[in-house]
Design a binder for this molecule. Structure first.
Ligand code: TYD
Length: 206
């Protein structure tokens, strides 16, 4: 059992396979570590309620800044209620999205000011960053084809150009923080992705 907790986030555009990777990582790691899986927006009763507002296709009146504040509010609740306590109990957290999603989606996707969003992220997380972020990179068209059977939520309805800007945003974040953010080619098979992710996680925890 690791002495201190560790915080790993998974990031990528819609359809990049984060949720599948999260499940296989949790299965692979739970024998050796006390693991906890979370998702954003969500992960607490309050944050799941905010999630419903955010993803509801009927809420097309939400302005971009309100959207950013709602993601931040959901995150703030998650950090205080789940993430900080879990880290202080030495747990290993695998998060499906965290603060990079706000920069990629509301910043590069919607066009909100990046500095404003960085400040907002600092406020809602109290500067708590992941120890490691795995960025699942994929062509937006491939991501879309993987989601073809699902009914698109409010964000997914934005289309391919929106996803392309988000992907580009993630790649900029990668260039800015190469120590924390590691790139995975999401076109690889789930088994290979799991192996590559496990190697990066073991390097972090050693
Ligand atoms: P979800 O169904 O969880 O999508 P995915 O499985 O791709 O993670 O929906 C979350 C949506 O919210 C997704 O489109 C990304 C978006 N999002 C933001 O726009 N900003 C954020 O800060 C977060 C956490 C998510």
């Amino acid at each position: 059992m690791q002495k201190r907790g560790a915080f790993i986030s998974l990031e990528g555009i819609d359809g990049s396979g984060k949720t599948t990777l999260k499940q296989s990582l949790l299965s692979a790691l739970s024998g050796k570590y006390q693991t906890i899986g979370i998702r954003e927006p969500g992960g607490t009763v309050i944050s799941e309620k905010i999630r419903r507002i955010l993803l509801d296709v009927h809420n097309d009146g939400i302005i971009d800044k309100t959207e950013a504040f709602l993601y931040a509010a959901a995150r703030s609740q998650l950090v205080e209620e789940i993430i900080r306590p879990a880290l202080s109990q030495g747990k290993l957290i695998i998060a499906d999205r965290y603060l990079d999603s706000t920069i990629a989606y509301q910043g590069y996707g919607r066009g909100l000011d990046i500095k404003f969003l960085q400040d907002l992220n600092r406020l809602c997380t109290g500067e708590l960053k992941p120890d490691l972020t795995l960025l699942l990179d994929i062509d937006p068209e491939v991501g879309l084809s993987r989601r073809n059977k699902e009914i698109p939520d409010r964000l997914e309805k934005e289309g391919l150009q929106f996803q392309a800007r988000i992907r580009d945003g993630y790649l900029r974040l990668l260039a800015q923080e190469p120590q924390r953010i590691k790139l995975l080619n999401a076109k690889k098979t789930t088994d290979i992705l799991l192996q590559e992710a496990m190697t990066l996680i073991e390097d972090l925890l050693d």
